[in-house]
Design a protein around this ligand. Structure first.
Ligand code: ADP
Ligand code: MG
Length: 348
């Protein structure tokens, strides 16, 4: 049996379903979904407000991402902005625009992804809007977070060390793999591994990798996962020491440049210190892409880039230091080159 379309179900019943799925009695939500506006009780000194939009054909391609993964990602990218300010995410408003022929099942899966991500971050849905479109899907989430103290992009001082969390370039590498696969992958089911095995072997062989050591699903899965269902980094562990912070959504070089511009500083970073995962290195080599280029310019990792005073013990990878004005990258043999975003346009 095929799923009914959203126009067959109707807007009111669709909102009713969402309301049922997301209704929870919470101390800080006086009025949730159902009235003209939500009523919430702020619980910290500062409210942080952010919004992010995802448009089909611009931000995502339904050949590669499932409705569930899309819902999950939409929440994660918004949470990442709240974390990058040193805040705690809490209240979400969700705006969805869909074609009237969209299967109701698509909305159902999308909302499951939204729900699972919100559970992960302890955030709650308090309202939103629905609309029809002529063509394509458009999603937007607005997130309200809280902070006793917030951290800006502009707070770095000369001599501060520059840090990044996790590893870089995984998401961009995952996208390259997805483009080769030309289909969506399930990241939830245990059987995903089996169905992916032959593809990975083929991919390895296709790019001249040694036949037996071709890519395994174990290598590809974390990369594809990082692209489809990124998890935002909670900065709690180092928040006391961070002087400036930004999340890496557009690539290390672009986001570091933004941090430097806001603080009117320079930066010196060392190629050798940039954290890359073993999986990304292996997959990139197999695909014939330079891992360092991916790490420097690949977007959508949603790791945090921050600075801290010299001498602090920080649980993240130190990749360089803030300078007065010079912006350079140092290679393995100690040679410096300008830290320019323009030099790395291979993947645009
Ligand atoms: P109005 O026409 O007054 O904007 P709506 O019919 O659009 O009201 O919405 C009714 C209620 O359902 C509101 O509380 C609104 O926040 C909520 N709502 C509408 N769309 C969504 C959505 N996509 N997700 C969550 N809540 C929604
Ligand atoms: Mg409305």
């Amino acid at each position: 049996m095929t799923s009914p379309t959203i126009s067959q179900i109707g807007e009111i019943s669709l909102i009713d379903d969402i309301r049922k799925q997301f209704s929870q009695k919470l101390r800080d939500v006086t009025v949730g979904i159902g009235d003209d506006a939500a009523v919430i009780k702020p619980r910290e000194k500062y409210l942080l407000l952010t919004t992010d939009m995802m448009v089909e054909g611009v931000h995502f391609d339904l050949r590669f991402i499932t409705a569930y993964q899309l819902g999950f990602k939409l929440i994660s990218v918004n949470v990442s902005d709240i974390y990058a300010m040193g805040g705690i995410p809490r209240h979400v408003l969700l705006t969805i625009a869909l074609h009237k022929n969209t299967p109701a099942e698509f909305v159902h899966m999308l909302m499951n992804g939204v729900k699972d991500a919100m559970t992960l971050y302890h955030a709650v849905l308090v309202g939103g809007d629905l609309s029809s479109t002529q063509d394509g899907i458009s999603l937007s989430a607005t997130l309200i977070g809280y902070a006793g103290k917030y951290i800006l992009r502009s707070g770095a001082h000369v001599g501060d060390r520059i840090y990044v969390t996790g590893s870089l370039g995984d998401s961009a590498c995952g996208l390259h793999v997805l483009k080769k696969m030309k289909r969506t992958v399930s990241l939830n089911k245990k059987n995903a591994r089996g169905s992916m095995h032959s593809f990975c072997k083929k991919l390895g062989a296709m790019h001249g990798g040694p036949a037996r050591s071709g890519l395994s699903w174990k290598i590809v899965e974390p990369l594809v996962r990082r692209h489809l269902m990124p998890e935002a980094r909670n900065p709690q562990k180092f928040i006391r020491d961070a002087t400036a912070m930004i999340d890496i959504s557009d690539g290390l070089l672009i986001d570091l440049t933004r941090l430097c511009n806001e603080g009117s500083t320079g930066a010196k970073i060392y190629e050798e210190k940039i954290p890359v995962s073993i999986e990304m290195k292996k997959a990139a080599e197999c695909l014939g892409i330079d891992p360092l280029t991916l790490a420097l310019t690949g977007g959508e990792d949603y790791e945090l880039l921050f600075t801290a005073r010299q001498g602090k013990r920080v649980s993240a990878t130190c990749i360089g230091e803030i300078t007065e004005s010079q912006r350079v990258i140092v290679n393995a043999s100690g040679k410096e080159r300008p830290l320019s975003v323009g030099g790395y346009r291979h993947f645009q």
